[in-house]
Design a protein around this ligand. Structure first.
Ligand SMILES: Cc1cc2nc3c(=O)[nH]c(=O)nc-3n(C[C@H](O)[C@H](O)[C@H](O)COP(=O)(O)O)c2cc1C
Length: 203
């Protein structure tokens, strides 16, 4: 059973910084587009003012509204944090952050302030206690709505309540875990919108 560290056991956490002009709000009903291609993501959480990050590749879109699902191992500190706070931010990193994202997934928030260690900036969210990750391309504030399958499958169902993205960012390529320590980086995009006749006017 995991326990929460407090008081002198835990190093002073990263201070949250105010949101900057560069970060723009993103239409919530299009936020599923960040998750649909299956990028490796960061899950940001916060408990008692101490933010944490984990790396996650097992995520899915469940509905356009938007509803997402994330599979977490009970061995992750974030598993306990999500159960306790029922809030998080899904942050979408790009390939310039690949090494950091892998390293974030190889240490625990139980003994590491990952924002400080990996020199990432925790920005204040609008509706949840967990911070946005300023260096990421997009951030989706989420409320956990269903943990009924968390015990059996580690599945946390969450609803996006606010989405942000950084339109000024030059690097926009996300990356995808292959499950063996190798990663595939976004390549060429092909535009087949004219063939998507079933959804005309919707996409
Ligand atoms: C590329 C990559 C993908 C990962 N995907 C997942 C995942 O989908 N689910 C999960 O539970 N852990 C995943 N992990 C492992 C967690 O990120 C790792 O256990 C991390 O240390 C948990 O941090 P925490 O203890 O601070 O929550 C992944 C790690 C890496 C490097």
């Amino acid at each position: 059973m995991l326990t929460f560290l407090g008081g002198s056991e835990y190093k002073k956490p990263t201070a949250f910084v105010a949101k900057e002009q560069a970060v723009k709000t993103f239409p919530l009903d299009r936020a599923f587009q960040f998750l649909e291609p299956g990028p490796t993501i960061l899950l940001s959480t916060c408990y008692k003012g101490k933010p944490n990050l984990m790396t996650l590749s097992w995520s899915t879109v469940i509905d356009f509204t938007p509803i997402f699902g994330c599979i977490l191992s009970p061995g992750d500190y974030t598993f306990e944090l999500l159960k306790k706070t029922r809030e998080c931010v899904i942050a979408i990193p790009t390939v310039d952050l690949l090494n950091k994202v892998v390293d974030i997934g190889n240490c625990s928030g139980l003994d590491t302030d990952k924002f400080a260690r990996f020199k990432l900036t925790a920005q204040k969210s609008k509706y949840v206690g967990a911070p946005l990750v300023k260096e990421c391309l997009a951030n989706i504030e989420c409320k956990v709505t269903d943990t009924s399958l968390a015990g059996r499958y580690g599945l946390f169902v969450m609803e996006g309540v606010k989405a942000w993205y950084d339109p000024a960012r030059k690097e926009r390529r996300t990356f995808h875990a292959n499950g063996d320590g190798t990663f595939t980086v976004d390549g060429r995009t092909r535009d087949l919108r004219e063939r998507m006749t079933k959804w005309e006017g919707e996409i």
